[in-house]
Design a protein around this ligand. Structure first.
Ligand code: SF4
Ligand code: F3S
Ligand code: FES
Length: 249
């Protein structure tokens, strides 16, 4: 038998809503998503919450817990004080659909806008053997689970809705960095594209995206800062990028 704990949960839809109070049983080893499931089973069967894997791998259960962007399934109840009220609210940067479910389609639009990986024409499957060193360089970025906590946190869009059109956000800066490191992605100059079309210049390196990433991807240090630096470099040597792509092959 667990102990009763106090929770506050935002309920509502696009027309508005309110924080509601609940007392819910909490057992040893449980995470916030367990509590939401218990609420649904006992007090609020219509509480909307997106989730899928309950293992920190699908990126669905993104929410704000005591104001911090977190995955509900990876936030242990033991991280809170015994008498601490736990407040659960939807991601603030994206429009609410209902309760804890937000419309994250902004991110899918930005994904569609990002030019796809494009190897040189004529390269057939099996023609090219990628070096292990090239596989490892971008491995960190491929750990992304697309939870969009970094997108939700970045003040460039969190506090300025009107920037959404021009700013792709940290998740898509790491995608650009990943493709930039790919020796066969020679069609698009990813750094130049990030600067000209993804709004890289809006980022003022606050690192909030890195702090909330559940995969511990060093978004700012390993993707954004190197891309910013090399964009500046190429001002003085525009053949650097082309040469690097050609000679790595
Ligand atoms: Fe989530 Fe990290 Fe990917 Fe951003 S970079 S979407 S925080 S896993
Ligand atoms: Fe935003 Fe991350 Fe830059 S939070 S401002 S993209 S360092
Ligand atoms: Fe999949 Fe939380 S339910 S990451």
């Amino acid at each position: 038998m667990g102990t009763k704990r106090h929770f506050r949960v935002w309920r509502g839809d696009s027309s508005g809503g309110e924080i509601q109070d609940f007392d819910v049983e909490v057992n040893e080893g449980e995470v916030v998503l367990d509590i939401i499931h218990r609420l649904q089973a006992t007090q609020t069967p219509d509480l909307a919450c997106r989730w899928n894997c309950k293992a920190g791998k699908c990126g669905s259960c993104s929410m704000e817990i005591n104001g911090m962007p977190r995955l509900g399934c990876m936030t242990r109840m033991s991280t809170f004080e015994e008498n601490e009220t736990v407040t659960i609210t939807p991601l603030r940067t994206f429009p609410v659909i209902r309760d804890l479910v937000t419309d994250v389609s902004y991110n899918y639009e930005k994904a569609r806008e990002t030019p796809a990986f494009a190897p040189p024409p004529g390269v057939k499957p099996g023609d090219y053997r990628m070096q292990q060193v090239d596989v490892e360089r971008s491995q960190e970025f491929r750990k992304c689970i697309e939870c969009y906590l970094c997108q939700n946190t970045c003040h460039v869009i969190r506090d300025h809705e009107d920037n959404k059109n021009a700013f792709s956000g940290p998740r898509f800066f790491i995608r650009a960095a990943e493709l930039d490191m790919h020796p066969l992605d020679a069609k698009t100059d990813r750094k130049e594209y990030a600067k000209e079309h993804q709004g890289l210049g809006y980022c003022n390196i606050t690192k909030c995206c890195t702090e909330v990433c559940p995969e511990h991807i060093k978004i700012t240090d390993n993707a954004i800062i190197p891309m910013k630096e090399r964009v500046v470099d190429r001002r003085y040597d525009p053949l650097v990028w082309l040469g690097r792509k050609i000679f790595r092959r």
